[in-house]
Design a binder for this molecule. Structure first.
Ligand code: KIV
Length: 285
């Protein structure tokens, strides 16, 4: 797997044409990126969710462009070949098209991302078009958009009613027409995701808690591997409980240090007798 070719947009669209699901995970650091590279994950998203999963904030709103650049850089080093998307944090694109292009450019130039992602529908179509016109591939994000959590009334299902669902469908078309190569649908009903996926002509759809009918699936890495202590959302499945494994290991470490059973001779380095004797003589002097 480590010898795989760099994932490109033509490769991703070929998967879509062949009806092969695209694999996508969030990632925020070098060692995890290395594991995801070895596992052959197609797309890695350095999400602004790092504010919650890595920095312990209650929401994604305090995350800065500098945070995103630093974490994206580390992920790029760990995974040279995945399609790497840098998430645009709160207020890095909302103020104007120019702000959006400049900050998208930072993620590409400073962090080595292949693309960026921004939240919002028709109201963000001009930002999307501006970024794409600057030569930067951009993914849209509809449904539950965490940067608008306050306006949405919490982390909850979006598009359950027909009117709201129609708005999300129209927003998806607006983003596609503005040049988005892909749209992430977060926490919308699976039937709505199916309709949007079937109507997508020039972009592919990724589902996060939106069912099977998208062209690919995304999970938040910390949810999928038991690493987020606050809660596990229903849309996630725990594929391996790394959190529990680490917890058990930590208890054992504390116990062995306390009982003086760690370290053992294989964990330290000795000194030849003659050197030691000479050292004692030097100290005596
Ligand atoms: O920040 C992030 O990880 C995201 C996901 C919730 C899709 O945007």
């Amino acid at each position: 797997m480590s010898e795989r070719k760099k994932v490109s947009l033509p490769y991703l669209f070929k998967k879509v044409a062949n009806e092969e699901p695209i694999t996508m995970l969030t990632c925020y650091d070098y060692p995890t990126a290395h594991f995801q590279e070895q596992a052959g994950i197609d797309i890695i998203l350095v999400g602004d969710s790092l504010g919650m999963t890595m920095l312990g904030y209650e929401s994604t709103l305090p995350v800065t462009m500098d945070d995103m650049v630093r974490h994206s850089k580390a992920v790029r080093i760990g995974s040279p070949n995945a399609w790497l998307i840098g998430d645009m944090p709160y207020m890095s694109y909302q103020p104007s098209v120019e702000t959006a292009i400049l900050n998208a450019g930072r993620l590409m130039a400073e962090a080595g991302c292949d693309a960026v992602k921004l939240e919002g529908g028709a109201e963000m179509a001009d930002r999307m078009a501006g970024i794409v016109a600057a030569g930067i591939p951009a993914m849209g994000h509809l449904g539950l958009t965490p940067q608008s959590v306050s306006a949405l009334g919490g982390f909850r299902l979006q598009g359950k009613g027909a009117l709201q669902a129609k708005k999300i469908l129209d927003d998806a078309k607006a983003l596609e027409e503005a040049g988005a190569y892909s749209i992430l649908l977060e926490l919308v009903p699976d039937r709505l995701c199916k309709l949007i996926s079937e109507r997508a002509d020039n972009c592919f759809i990724i589902s996060l808690g939106a069912g099977l009918h998208a062209h690919g699936q995304l999970l938040i890495y910390h949810d999928a591997f038991g690493l987020y202590p606050r809660f596990k959302p229903r849309m996630a499945k725990v594929f391996a409980d790394a959190g529990q494994l680490i917890q058990d290991g930590l208890k054992q470490y504390a116990q062995e240090v306390t009982e003086r059973t760690f370290p053992q001779p294989e964990n330290w380095f000795g000194m030849p007798d003659e050197e030691y004797q000479e050292l004692l003589n030097l100290i005596d002097d």
